[in-house]
Design a protein. Structure first.
Length: 246
């Protein structure tokens, strides 16, 4: 009888905890977990919430629908399946936030480069899309460091910028990974204009990009020199550094 009573008490306590958490406002959960989120409004509960005009680490996400998970909350972390639809990012992700760490699982996002304020190799604001997929990526939100994981990347930024200067451009692909706190991404592509490789490094809102182009037409090479590229045989290279500004 005593064991049965103890079992009922445990069951009652667990049920009560689940009920309380299920009714917790999403805004409270984000605050307790220390999530780096600002928004015009946060509505709903942890199970079915919505963030209106949200920002993460200063970057605009737009509207975010959140479907929370129970067990991580018991460990002081906020975890949820997230669907983002905003001016900078759109897509889906399994997100976990806590102890100044952001963890992405099973994530597929489209990123609008025009919203990141990076200049392209020709001195114009970068445009186009980055499609990023990752099974797992861990970021230190306090230090702005990439800690663990790989990301499959596709981008059409060269395809978008080249026509302004008489070329056609082509998509570029690569797999990025964390190295010494930075996110390092090698990209490569080839098209009717020639070949291109890029080595991109992001670290704590700083970036460095080395772009190497091997054009098939001589006049394109002369054009690249006019934009500051250094010629080495058949290849033309340019290194850019700057800040990623939201």
């Amino acid at each position: 009888m005593q064991r049965s009573l103890s079992a009922y008490i445990v069951l009652f306590l667990v049920t009560s905890i689940v009920t309380v958490i299920a009714r917790m406002p999403l805004s409270v959960v984000l605050y307790v977990a220390g999530a780096p989120v600002l928004a015009d409004s946060v509505s709903g509960t942890v199970w079915n919430g919505r963030i209106e005009n949200g920002y993460v680490l200063g970057y605009p996400l737009g509207n975010v629908d959140v479907s929370g998970k129970f067990l991580p909350l018991l460990r002081g972390r906020a975890a949820a399946d997230v669907e983002v639809d905003g001016p900078l990012v759109s897509g889906t992700a399994d997100v976990s936030v806590g102890r100044k760490r952001l963890v992405l699982h099973d994530t597929a996002l489209d990123i609008n480069l025009a919203g990141i304020a990076i200049m392209d190799a020709f001195g114009a604001p970068m445009s186009g899309t980055v499609r990023a997929k990752t099974d797992r990526l861990v970021v230190d939100t306090g230090q702005g460091q990439c800690l663990e994981g790989t990301v499959d990347v596709w981008t059409n930024t060269l395809e978008r910028s080249a026509p302004r200067y008489g070329g056609r451009g082509f998509p570029m692909t690569g797999i990025g990974q964390c190295e010494a706190g930075a996110f390092v991404l090698p990209l490569a592509g080839e098209g009717i204009d020639g070949k291109a490789m890029a080595n991109v490094r992001f670290g704590n809102r700083d970036y460095q990009t080395e772009l190497i182009v091997e054009p098939r037409q001589r006049n394109l090479g002369q054009l690249l020199v006019g934009f500051g590229f250094q010629q080495r045989g058949n290849q033309y290279s340019l290194i850019q550094r700057g800040k990623v500004v939201p």
